[in-house]
Design a protein around this ligand. Structure first.
Ligand SMILES: [Mg+2]
Length: 172
């Protein structure tokens, strides 16, 4: 890819996707809005934090903390087990959706990919406008948020998408 590149990254992917699954199943609670984690073994509280909500982050809980230490930081924490089958389903749906916007996608992990802006340049007033349209479109279609980084270099686009979250466009 040469020229402008967009890096699209799901915000707290596993946590967001687990939150959506629970809502689909009729839960009244959105995990994203309370201190919550996707964690290891629920009964023994072994294992590590795989993903955390923004409210959990405010308690000083970090990815790769032990689940036990996360509960020590926030006794009211809600922990759910990972659901990898569901995550792959969401990932495929997202990538299909993005390929519908621009077929030149390079998937780099379950929740991130690069998109070549050049083939769709004429469809948008600017790369940032395309990035904003992607954020809004993903949220409207799937109910989860992404950050989009915009740059002329992959490494910078990836760095940019990691700036302030969620649901943001950043340019480097
Ligand atoms: Mg991510």
């Amino acid at each position: 890819m040469a020229g402008i590149i967009l890096h699209i990254d799901v915000n707290s992917a596993f946590l967001s996707w687990s939150a959506i699954k629970l809502l689909e199943e009729g839960s009244q609670t959105d995990l994203r809005l309370i201190p919550s984690i996707v964690g290891g073994d629920q009964k023994t509280r072994h294992g590590i934090v795989v993903a955390k909500s923004i409210p959990a982050k405010k308690y000083g809980i970090h990815t790769a903390d032990t689940v036990a230490s996360a509960f020590a930081k926030c006794p009211g924490l809600v922990s759910v087990p990972p659901d990898h089958a569901y995550y792959s389903e969401k990932s495929s749906q997202l990538m299909d959706y993005l390929r519908g916007i621009c077929p030149r996608i390079q998937k780099v992990s379950i929740d991130e990919c690069y998109m070549d802006f050049e083939p769709i340049r004429d469809s948008y007033p600017s790369p940032e406008a395309a990035a904003r349209a992607i954020c809004d479109g993903v949220f409207e279609t799937f109910g989860f948020t992404v950050n989009v980084g915009v740059s002329d270099r992959k490494v910078l686009a990836k760095m940019a998408s990691d700036f302030e979250k969620p649901n943001r466009v950043h340019t480097l």
